[in-house]
Write a protein that binds this ligand. Structure first.
Ligand SMILES: Nc1nc2c(c(=O)[nH]1)N[C@H]1C(S)=C(S)[C@@H](COP(=O)(O)O)O[C@H]1N2
Ligand SMILES: [Mo]
Length: 193
């Protein structure tokens, strides 16, 4: 169940229990698109079908997942498209500093550019050699291995380029804007420390 060192205040749990807010969305291939919008360099919105995403070069990462509630799960091998590919295919305008990653039902997580474009940040399609299950984010899930789990939307549908920071779903509800588990940046009240 993983042997990596744990960030402060985390405990390991067995397997991969499902944890998220709200219902699991149903995938509809005919209407599903990944949209890139906001402050793109061209001013236009990009939209890709799942087949178009699946045709992009992939990479694999192995990581633990740290939920801000204190549980860590291990032995995750994710395969997917590096998030930085979005950057190349849909170039951001010069003033972009952050992105909002949007999921089905309006779940969102804001990320600094460096966190989104980090070489290990993935838009995952597969886990341990199998397609992602519905509960874990099928068909596409953002994995930001160096941040708490809430920064990685399951059922990813959009990347919004932003010219200033804005809070996402949990960041509006008392969770830390940066979410670095190794620094213990869990709650928003710590932002004033
Ligand atoms: N769309 C969506 N994505 C989400 C969440 C959510 O509520 N909705 N919860 C996040 C949180 S807090 C965690 S810890 C991880 C949990 O992912 P897992 O159930 O695959 O371990 O999903 C993240 N992605
Ligand atoms: Mo979480």
């Amino acid at each position: 169940m993983g042997t990596e060192p744990l960030p402060p205040g985390q405990r390991r749990v067995k397997g991969w229990p499902v944890s998220h807010y709200g219902p699991v969305p149903r995938f509809r291939q005919d209407t599903w698109r990944l949209q890139v919008f906001g402050a793109t360099a061209s001013g236009t919105t990009y939209a890709w079908t799942l087949d178009e995403i699946a045709a992009l070069p992939t990479t694999t990462i192995t990581t633990d997942l740290h939920c801000a509630s204190g549980t860590t799960t291990g032995d995750h091998e994710f395969l997917g498209v590096p998030a930085a590919t979005v950057w190349e295919l849909a170039p951001p305008g010069p003033r972009v500093t952050h992105v909002m990653a949007w999921a089905e039902y309006g779940y969102s997580a804001n990320l600094r550019l460096a966190d989104f474009a980090s070489p290990r940040t993935l838009m995952a399609t597969h886990h341990n050699g199998e397609q992602l299950t519905a509960e874990h984010g099928f068909p596409l899930r953002l994995v930001v291995p160096h941040l708490y789990g809430y920064k990685g939307p399951k059922w990813l549908r959009g990347i919004e380029y932003m010219t200033q920071d804005r809070h996402g779903f949990w960041e509006e509800r008392g969770y830390h804007n940066i979410a670095d588990p190794w620094a213990g940046l869990r709650y928003s009240y710590q932002e004033d420390e």
